[in-house]
Design a protein around this ligand. Structure first.
Ligand code: ATP
Length: 341
């Protein structure tokens, strides 16, 4: 992988794909710059995997164009594209060795035997499995199998790495560790990447930019911190960080001004605080979470979530204030919402 090729970008232009009545991709346009890692984030059924499969060549769009570098790949089969995919299921062959699995993508691409051996060794080295080529893949742990799947993708030396929820079968600790390794490797190699996840923490931690999908449409994109600080819509604010969304008189009281038509106020749970000068509230539930505590309160008929320091005492007369609020476009009623996992 340490070769002299320049990274190339991906250009998805007004791409649509229907399955019967379902618009799995609805005129999606997205650019991934050379060397960038962009996450596709959204609730179940929002079209993340479909978009990834369209870029990988496992689906053909009904309309629109996909370019990788300067090449139009819209109708090319997967093996003719400069892409390699790491699947959620790993898609390994259990009866083969680690090395045979890693070499699999190369046989399809007609790479010579000597070159294959070199690339398999390189790729296994990159993922920390050097020397395990002869092991039966079935004898490895889940985490190691995930690395084999990654090595198989890297061995192709793709211009573009495609990840389809690659960590969802790993336990929480391994997931956090492996995502950091994937990110470090992707940066080091400078390989452009598209990464499907429904896990907001993963998207925030991994990405140069996050693209949020809803019902097959791209509804927001931006660097993690910008999208978190200034989500454009209520849906994005709720999906990314579980913001409270308030409207009407309560929004005016918390935000200090009347809202315009079609506007709502997103209030992050960590931006709601118990305060003597605030709006009277009633505690409904409280959970101790170690580093923090979560309170659920009822305020003027609305249920709101607060994140407070774990030792916070509940005052006799509870009231809350919002030192920070984010005005957003109120899109929650536009479709059936599917945020907050
Ligand atoms: P998940 O997180 O659950 O994997 P997703 O965001 O990746 O969801 P997709 O798998 O892309 O969503 O599915 C988008 C929509 O298209 C869904 O309604 C799904 O049922 C539908 N769909 C996807 N693939 C097919 C197919 N091969 N045949 C029929 N419908 C499909």
């Amino acid at each position: 992988m340490h070769d002299d090729r320049q990274p190339v970008g991906i250009e998805i232009e007004r791409v649509s794909k229907r399955f019967g009545e379902v618009r799995a991709a609805d005129a999606v346009s997205l650019r991934v710059e050379p060397g960038e890692l962009v996450s596709l984030l959204g609730p179940s059924g929002s079209g993340k995997t479909t978009l990834l499969r369209l870029v990988g060549g496992f689906e053909t769009p009904d309309a629109g164009t996909i370019r990788i570098g300067s090449r139009d790949v819209t109708t090319l089969p997967p093996q003719a594209r400069p892409t390699a995919t790491v699947f959620q299921s790993y898609a390994l062959f259990p009866s083969m060795t680690v090395g045979e699995n890693v070499a699999y993508g190369l046989a399809v691409r007609k790479v010579t035997k000597a070159e294959t051996a070199r690339r398999v060794a390189d790729a296994l080295g990159l993922v920390g499995l050097a020397g395990l080529a002869e092991r039966p893949v079935a004898a490895l742990s889940g985490g190691q199998q995930q690395r084999v799947a990654l090595a198989r993708a890297l061995a192709v030396r793709p211009d573009v790495l495609l990840f389809d929820e690659p960590l969802s079968n790993l336990d929480a600790e391994l997931r956090v560790q492996t995502r950091a390794e994937i990110r470090a490797l992707q940066r080091e190699l400078g390989t452009t990447a598209l990464y499907v996840t429904h896990d907001q923490d993963e998207a925030l931690a991994l990405s140069d930019r996050i693209a949020v999908l809803r019902d097959g449409r791209l509804v927001a994109e931006g660097p993690p911190s910008a999208l978190y600080a200034e989500p454009p819509t209520a849906f994005v604010a709720r999906f990314l960080g579980g913001a409270n969304v308030v409207r009407g008189p309560l929004a005016a009281r918390l935000g200090g001004r009347e809202l315009g038509a079609g506007e709502a106020l997103a209030v992050r749970p960590e931006h709601l605080v118990p305060s003597a000068e605030g709006v009277p509230a009633r505690l409904i539930a409280r959970q101790y979470l170690g580093r923090e505590a979560e309170w659920v309160v009822e305020v003027e008929g609305e249920t709101l979530r607060l994140i407070v320091p774990p030792e916070t005492e509940v005052p006799g007369h509870l009231a809350i204030a919002a030192p920070r609020t984010i005005p957003v476009r109120d899109d929650l009623a536009e479709n059936t919402p599917g945020p907050a996992e």
